[in-house]
Design a protein around this ligand. Sequence first.
Ligand code: ATP
Ligand code: MG
Length: 252
Amino acid sequence: MSVDQVTVAYGNRPPVLRDVTLSAEPGRIVAISGRSGAGKTTLLSTIAGLLRPSDGTVTVDGERLGDRDHAVAQGIVLVPQGNGLATFLTAGENLEVALLANGRTPSDARRLTVESLDRLGLSGQRNQLVEELSGGQQQRTAIARGLALRGDVLLADEVTSELDAVSRQTVLDLLRAEADRGAAVVFATHDPEAAAVCDAELHLVDGRAELVRTEPISTDQDRNGNGKAKSGQAGQARVGAGAHRLDQPPSA
Ligand SMILES: Nc1ncnc2c1ncn2[C@@H]1O[C@H](COP(=O)(O)OP(=O)(O)OP(=O)(O)O)[C@@H](O)[C@H]1O
Ligand SMILES: [Mg+2]
């Protein structure tokens, strides 16, 4: 999936995104970081086919993206900020309805629902109304729904904002598992630690994009602090002590 020099405005207002370019590949997680109001949700909504750029293109598998229905047909799954769950349905029903709408058989939908809720530690909440769940449980239900859909592109908008440290790590591990399954994952977050575990990072400032890095951070450096990079990873940009932006020289 690629976003090429995209400009997005709401109505006749000044653009919220200007000339943003991004590439997301199967097997990788790219973080979209930036402060509140920087345009992260707007970017994900554009990739999801919910907003149409006034300039530039979004392409998936070389095909120009159309509306939301086209995005769904292209396997683009959005876990929206604020969850987007039907609060008068149970957690399980929220997943099953989405899976049935996605063309799964009832028995498949049920099996995937059970599996996906279990991965998020929500087996006990399957038959509980969403409005009776805690904020974190609701957020995990929305993630379970997104994972159950097994998209080719997974757009995850602030999906760790309500979670404790253990649940956050579980969700980050699940995003990694999605990438390992072959999905291209785009993860909007204002959490620098969550962004740091992604393979690449695009930072938005007032709707303009700065590419922070295109490679994963070397984990040996971070864990051991001995500066010894994993073989094959030498020379990669690092967040933390050795971080640099690509628009600055590494020595800056
Ligand atoms: N529906 C809308 N109509 C008009 N302006 C909007 C709309 N949605 C968002 N905006 C504006 O677009 C800008 C970017 O908003 P966006 O929600 O994309 O930011 P964000 O980076 O996701 O912020 P947050 O971290 O708070 O979720 C903001 O100035 C916001 O006011
Ligand atoms: Mg947002």
